[in-house]
Design a protein around this ligand. Structure first.
Ligand code: FES
Length: 168
């Protein structure tokens, strides 16, 4: 290892150490090792939301009966948004749609051990994207529509929590 490599490694270790102190151990662990990241080719439910910070999250769900069997996410957002997307999808898998609707911002924050105030909205973006995917799925189902990609256009419809996120 040459001097530059050593410098880069030390710098990275310092940044990660500071991030752990600021955001917490669990957040940084989920941030550096995101779970369920990526898209699904044929999701039964999908939502895409851009938060007021300008970052976007997508959530893809595979649903069998009324149970979520697979959940994945993508985001172009911050480190905490990676942690929140990881946590919300991890929590959603295996739950019924009704149970998954109870995964709120507070639940994500609690499971992650909290976030600094200025990053709490990242958890709201994750919970709202999941809620929007489920709501879109249920609404399409009740109207007898096909689900999956057809829901993409519906994903921008604001849920009550999203309206809060957007400050309206
Ligand atoms: Fe935008 Fe975290 S700052 S999702």
């Amino acid at each position: 290892m040459d001097d530059f490599d050593r410098f880069a490694r030390d710098l990275q270790e310092t940044i990660i150490k500071q991030a752990r102190e600021y955001y917490g151990e669990r957040v940084v662990e989920f941030w550096l090792n995101p779970r369920n990241m990526g898209s699904l080719d044929h999701p039964q439910a999908y939502a895409r939301i851009t938060g007021p910070c300008g970052d976007t999250m997508e959530i893809f769900l595979e649903i069998k009966g009324d149970r979520i069997t697979k959940a994945t996410f993508t985001t172009d957002g911050c480190g905490p948004s990676l942690a929140c997307g990881s946590m919300v999808t991890q929590l959603a898998v295996g739950k019924t749609l009704e149970e998954a609707q109870a995964i709120t911002q507070d639940v994500i924050l609690e499971e992650l051990g909290g976030l600094p105030d200025e990053s709490k909205h990242c958890a709201l973006l994750a919970s709202d994207t999941l809620a929007s995917a489920i709501t879109g799925f249920l609404s399409a189902k009740s109207q007898g529509k096909s689900t999956g990609h057809a829901l993409e256009d519906d994903a921008s419809e604001a849920t009550p929590a999203l309206e809060k996120l957007n400050g309206s």
